[in-house]
Every structure is written in structure tokens, then in C-alpha cells.
Design a protein around this ligand. Structure first.
Ligand code: IMP
Ligand code: MG
Length: 181
């Protein structure tokens, strides 16, 4: 079980209050789309906290979404990029559904591109994407999200479900890892 290196600190970038406010606005935007029998597909692991808060906010906006999970992993580089593999597939019927894919970060775009193609190939009536953070600087694949929480600087961020080597997912805020040594 890895402890944080002594010289490593997490500098807050988005507070839990800022995240909550933004998620409520995202839920309002999603509710305004008048989706029919919406199915939320959250991409594990990084989006689990975001998805949990988003569906509660959707409830507040009068929606009764179903939720499912797809566990995707990308290989080829240490933290992101490369080929995307399905580690756990969705179990819900996708045919004819209005699907909203939820992910933590849109980085190179490979994960979201793969997830959108997967859901489309299963016969969804519509596919939208809601991402919490958009790192536009690193995009390699031409893919966009329909709903975006925040623009993210080109830095490695952690917390609120996101990790660095399995650490920091539990933080209620989003921050940047800094080495002060
Ligand atoms: P993409 O396929 O390159 O767009 O990568 C998207 C995935 O990479 C996200 O869902 C995250 O799991 C991971 N990722 C990218 N940047 C970061 C980061 O700064 N912190 C934590 N995870 C990240
Ligand atoms: Mg992810």
C-alpha cells in the first residue's frame, strides 16, 4: 500500500463546492435535452464519484435515469493513450436508448471515442457525452463532449475519483500533484 511520497502535495484546483455547483448546472443542461428513458453509462474507474453526484443532481432536475458502467483501460503509455480495452462491459440493453456517457477527463480523446463507438454499435437512439474535465491541449482524436464541467490545464490532476498510481481517488476536491522537494 503506497503512501504519498513526503515531498508530494496536492494543490487544490476545483473545490468540492465549485464541483457541486457545476454538476447541478450540467444536470440542468442534460435535463433540457428532453431525453427519452435516459441511460447513463459511467466509464470506470475515474468517473464513479462524478457519476454518483451527477445522477443525484439529475434527480433534482426531475429525471429518473438508469445507470450502468463500462470499465475501460488504455494501454500503450503509463497513464493515458494507446489502445482501449473493455475490462467490464455494460449489461443494460442499449438498443433504442438515449445514452449519456459520463467520464472524468477528456484527454487524448481515445477513451471517449472508443466508448461512443461502442454504444453506437449497440444500437443506441442517441449518444451524448458528459465529461467533468476537458484537457484540450492533449487531444489526438477528433471527439467532443456535449456537456463539459471545466476546462482543465495540461497538468496531471487527481481527486474526486481520479488517481495517480491508485492514490488520491478519495479526495473530495480536484487538485494538481506537486513535488516540493
Ligand atoms: P484519453 O483516452 O487520453 O482521453 O484519457 C482519458 C482517461 O485518461 C481519463 O478517463 C482518465 O482515466 C485518464 N486521465 C487522463 N488525464 C488524467 C489526469 O490528469 N489524471 C487522472 N487521470 C487522467
Ligand atoms: Mg477514465
Amino acid at each position: 500500500m503506497a503512501e504519498s511520497p513526503a515531498a508530494e502535495t496536492v494543490k487544490p484546483l476545483f473545490s468540492s463546492q465549485e464541483i457541486a455547483r457545476r454538476i447541478d448546472a450540467l444536470a440542468g443542461d442534460i435535463a433540457a435535452c428532453d431525453l427519452h428513458d435516459p441511460l447513463i453509462v459511467a466509464v470506470l474507474k475515474g468517473s464513479f464519484m462524478f457519476a454518483a453526484d451527477l445522477i443525484r443532481a439529475l434527480h433534482g432536475h426531475g429525471l429518473t435515469p438508469e445507470i450502468d458502467f463500462v470499465f475501460l483501460a488504455s494501454y500503450g503509455e503509463s497513464t493515458t493513450g494507446g489502445e482501449v480495452k473493455i475490462l467490464r462491459d455494460v449489461t443494460s440493453a442499449i438498443e433504442g436508448r438515449d445514452v449519456v456517457i459520463v467520464d472524468d477527463i477528456l484527454d487524448t480523446g481515445q477513451t471517449l471515442d472508443f466508448a461512443k463507438s461502442l454504444i453506437k454499435s449497440r444500437g443506441a437512439r442517441s449518444v451524448r457525452a458528459c465529461i467533468l474535465l476537458d484537457k484540450t491541449a492533449r487531444r489526438q482524436v477528433d471527439v467532443t463532449a456535449d456537456f463539459t464541467g471545466f476546462a482543465c490545464p495540461d497538468k496531471f490532476v487527481v481527486g474526486y475519483g481520479m488517481d495517480l498510481g491508485h492514490r488520491y481517488r478519495e479526495l473530495p476536491f480536484i487538485g494538481v500533484v506537486e513535488n516540493s522537494a
